[in-house]
Design a protein around this ligand. Structure first.
Ligand code: NAP
Length: 428
């Protein structure tokens, strides 16, 4: 009889408890599919007395996740604690050093220490799998590393933080301001303990760093990502973007350009009728473009017990089946250092500003834009009952540098009454 694949699971929270439940509930199905029995031998968390909704009595308990990671009766160390430093990093390193394969859902760990861990895994002849780390239940890591391995990837984009997409779509549907919906999301338990990880774009940035490394054969470079959160998106922008046929999304984009690797995580306008534009609530979407396949759109639940545990089980089944792939889809030593692009690729921009209600104000703004080489595609002025007039402008493709030059010059005119809002329009 084939020996069982023995798991040691550190972290028994939302994801960890979900994994234990599937291993118990689906034992026969997992064995039938992989040809190997999958067993849990030991678990670890901080509080042994906590009820986790699943019977843990047949597993050894370790208070120290590092001790769990190096146990002789563990083949695969399953890291589901989280955090880029501390016990998650120490236990992962210890597991690899002790000759264990690793499965994790930890995007922060891989975005920040992915290169070093990939090198350690390869020199030890072990593998690290992390499907759950990016877009929860969506099998995007498998799609990029396996299904699309024959493509030169040209662009990867995604809405990969369900909380931000919930906030933006709820603001639009209920006509509420950012702060009100933020408080609602907090009350519903949708936000991380540090909400800036969500609304500041950091969590989604970690995911983009991972996808970008696989897509472009580069070392994961979280620090190279231009990150802007959704905190400054207003209900006015959401309404007015909608009026012009767009929706605002916290969109991650990674793309190779002649100027270097472009990696951006920021609020962008996308066409309302595009798949990304139609994405509602906490759902995630990843769009991958390759030279042969053209475009693949993946959509699904980005978080939660079932979807995330589903992704972890996919990785465990791969190991049981003997599927062993380099961490970022190619040997760690071959991953390039990709210099971050000094200037972004040109794009159309959405501008919103309030102009002083006096003759020639619009002409002055158009002239300032023209002097910086920014041409106007569409312009709309809204009715108003005070001394300033709301104006929306959609530009033709331009660089952010040219736009910034125009925005600086606008400050010296006497017609712009508010700091203009400028959002990139991503062509999807
Ligand atoms: N939740 C999701 O939907 C989701 C989606 C995708 C990826 N992920 C990732 O999955 C990982 C786990 O997330 P989660 O939502 O399951 O977190 P969680 O509910 O907060 O659970 C974390 C678990 O880790 C344990 N833990 C923390 N520090 C520990 C330590 N020093 N020693 C031993 N155990 C420790 C906790 O123990 P106690 O229970 O005793 O406190 C808890 O069981 C994270 O990397 C997260 O980013 C989560």
């Amino acid at each position: 009889m084939t020996a069982a694949l023995r798991l040691g699971i550190a972290g028994l929270g939302t994801v960890g408890a979900g994994v234990v439940k599937i291993v118990r509930r689906q034992a026969a199905l997992l064995e039938a599919r992989t040809g190997q029995r999958i067993e849990i031998t030991a678990v670890s968390a901080r509080d042994q007395s906590k009820d986790r909704g699943v019977n843990l009595s047949s597993y050894a308990w370790e208070t120290d996740p590092v001790a769990l990671a190096v146990r002789d009766d563990v083949d695969v160390f399953v890291e589901l604690m989280g955090g880029s430093e501390g016990p998650a990093k120490l236990a992962t390193e210890a597991a690899l050093a002790a000759g264990k394969d690793v499965v994790t859902a930890n995007k922060a760990l891989l975005a920040i220490h992915g290169q070093a861990l990939a090198e350690q895994a390869e020199s030890a002849g072990r593998v690290i799998r992390y499907e759950a780390a990016v877009a929860g239940g969506i099998p995007v890591i498998k799609t990029l590393t396996e299904g699309l391995a024959g493509n030169e990837i040209t662009r990867v984009m995604g809405v990969m933080n369900g909380t931000c997409n919930y906030i933006l779509t709820r603001m639009e549907s209920a006509g509420l301001g950012y702060n009100t919906v933020f408080d609602e999301a907090a009350a519903l338990g949708y936000l991380e303990a540090d909400p800036n990880l969500d609304v500041g774009g950091i969590d989604a940035g970690h995911k983009l760093a991972i996808l970008s490394a696989i897509a472009f054969g580069t070392k994961p470079d979280f620090d190279g990502i231009e990150i802007e959160g959704i905190q400054n998106v207003t209900i006015e922008d959401i309404r007015q973007a909608a009026d012009m046929g767009f929706r605002i999304k916290l969109l991650g984009v990674a793309q190779r350009s002649p100027r270097g690797l472009v990696q951006r995580m920021q609020p962008c306008l996308v066409p309302a009728n595009s798949p990304l534009g139609q994405l509602e609530g906490g759902t995630n979407m990843v769009v991958i473009e390759g030279d042969a396949v053209e475009q693949v759109v993946l959509r699904g639940p980005g978080a939660g017990e079932g979807p995330t545990a589903s992704a972890v089980l996919g990785d465990i089944c791969d190991l049981a089946r003997g599927l062993r792939i380099a961490t970022f889809g190619q040997p760690a030593a071959t991953l390039e250092d990709a210099p971050a692009a000094s200037t972004g690729l040109p794009a159309p921009y959405y501008l919103r500003m309030a102009l002083a209600d006096k003759p020639g104000a619009l002409a002055k703004v158009a002239a300032v834009l023209g002097e910086a080489g920014v041409s106007i595609d569409r312009m709309r002025q809204y009715s108003h009952d005070d001394a300033t007039a709301p104006v929306l402008i959609v530009t033709h493709k331009t660089t952010r540098a040219a736009l910034n030059q125009a925005l600086d010059a606008m400050k010296t005119t006497d017609v712009v009454a508010t700091v203009p809002v400028a959002l990139r329009i991503e062509q999807v």
